[in-house]
Design a protein around this ligand. Structure first.
Ligand SMILES: Cc1cc2nc3c(=O)[nH]c(=O)nc-3n(C[C@H](O)[C@H](O)[C@H](O)COP(=O)(O)OP(=O)(O)OC[C@H]3O[C@@H](n4cnc5c(N)ncnc54)[C@H](O)[C@@H]3O)c2cc1C
Length: 320
């Protein structure tokens, strides 16, 4: 028997993909979420800037609540990693492949996120430090938690400088540490660092241990102890599936979308961190909602989705 054609395949089950799943399932559309299970939200020990949770909420709990909500309305979720996406120009249909499975869909939403580049450190130490707030990745999210603390920023170039200067409005004790060699900063950045009173330390640097409530970083200039360290080493954007079908990217390597989350490929949409914009849960959710509504409207423009009458529904039920 031929596989049924999905109205929408969502790749990625983080805040963007799951918000879209909730909307699309409630639009009575036939959808599937395929998720690799590596949402950045799952790394968050407790998010305190997400509206509606005054005491904060763990990223894993937020994701589970969203999955439950999507499934309640009929969304199906599979834990798999999609490795191939094809687009048939004549039919407009997409075929996605993973492991031993595949799906055919009229539309695809890519909500595949980004990965932060990690500093050189033992993986177990990294995960433990992350859970305890000794390593942090997002000053917009949790800069408040390091107010008046001793903070190290591992980074270089303008990106590292911008992160260190951003954190300077939370604490007077900020040190910028080069990850690999001597700190590379131009005259303008050096001026900014001086003006903000940010100390600079040459690399190579490696976070080596947790002592009490602090993290120790070994550098070319000796050991430093911090309350928290922010790696500012950039991120890798998961656009590979979109590139397979020719989706255009913006200058920063994220998907180029219109204001309704359409990519340059008809029927292909993108939402969340994988699209240029603020890398935050609220933004990912907002884009997920916009994408889902656009997908619904675009599908209905091609073919109206009238709801069957109650007698037709009864007949269908009796026949099934
Ligand atoms: C340590 C940390 C703390 C943070 N704290 C906060 C905070 O307090 N507040 C806040 O607003 N934001 C915070 N963020 C940012 C927030 O987590 C992200 O902005 C948010 O998760 C983005 O959602 P998303 O759905 O776009 O991507 P993600 O949540 O990253 O989800 C993407 C999903 O796509 C899947 N995927 C990728 N490729 C494939 C594929 N080929 N096949 C199948 N699945 C695939 C991945 O496995 C993943 O599950 C934090 C981030 C980190 C790392």
């Amino acid at each position: 028997m031929d596989d049924p054609i999905l109205d929408c395949l969502i790749v990625g089950g983080g805040p963007a993909g799951l918000t879209a799943a909730i909307y699309l399932a409630r639009f009575h559309l036939d959808i599937l979420v395929v998720d690799g299970g590596k949402s950045r939200a799952a790394w968050i020990p407790c998010t305190r800037n997400h509206a509606g949770y005054p005491e904060g909420i763990a990223g894993t709990e937020l994701l589970q609540r969203m999955r439950d909500q999507a499934c309640k309305y009929g969304a199906k979720i599979e834990t798999e990693f999609v490795t191939k996406l094809e687009h048939a120009a004549d039919s407009g249909l997409f075929t996605a492949t993973w492991g031993s499975g595949q799906a055919i869909a009229r539309s695809v939403l890519l909500a595949t996120g980004v990965s932060n580049r990690r500093p050189p450190m033992d993986e177990e130490l990294h995960d433990d430090a992350l859970a305890r707030g000794l390593v942090r990745y997002c000053p917009i999210c949790d800069g408040y938690e390091v107010t008046d603390k001793k903070v190290g920023v591992i980074g270089s170039d303008s990106h590292g400088v911008a992160e260190a200067v951003f954190i300077r409005s939370y604490t007077a004790d900020v040190t910028l540490i080069a990850p690999d060699t001597a700190l590379k900063v131009g005259p303008e950045d050096r001026r900014k660092l001086k003006e903000a009173g940010i100390d600079c330390v040459d690399g190579p640097a490696q976070a080596v241990a947790i002592t009490g409530d602090c993290i120790v970083v070994d550098t070319a200039e000796g050991h430093y102890t911090f309350d928290s360290v922010y790696p500012a080493l950039g991120s890798d954007t998961h656009t590979q599936l979109g590139e397979m079908v020719g989706a255009k990217l913006a200058n920063d390597g994220c998907f180029l979308c219109d204001t309704h989350q359409r990519t340059s490929v008809p029927g292909l949409y993108a939402a969340g961190d994988v699209v240029h914009g603020l890398d935050q849960i609220s933004h990912a959710m907002g884009e997920g909602g916009v994408a889902a509504t656009t997908i619904r409207n675009d599908l209905c423009a091609k073919e109206p989705r009238w709801r069957a009458s109650s007698s037709e529904l009864e007949e269908a039920e009796a026949g099934s």
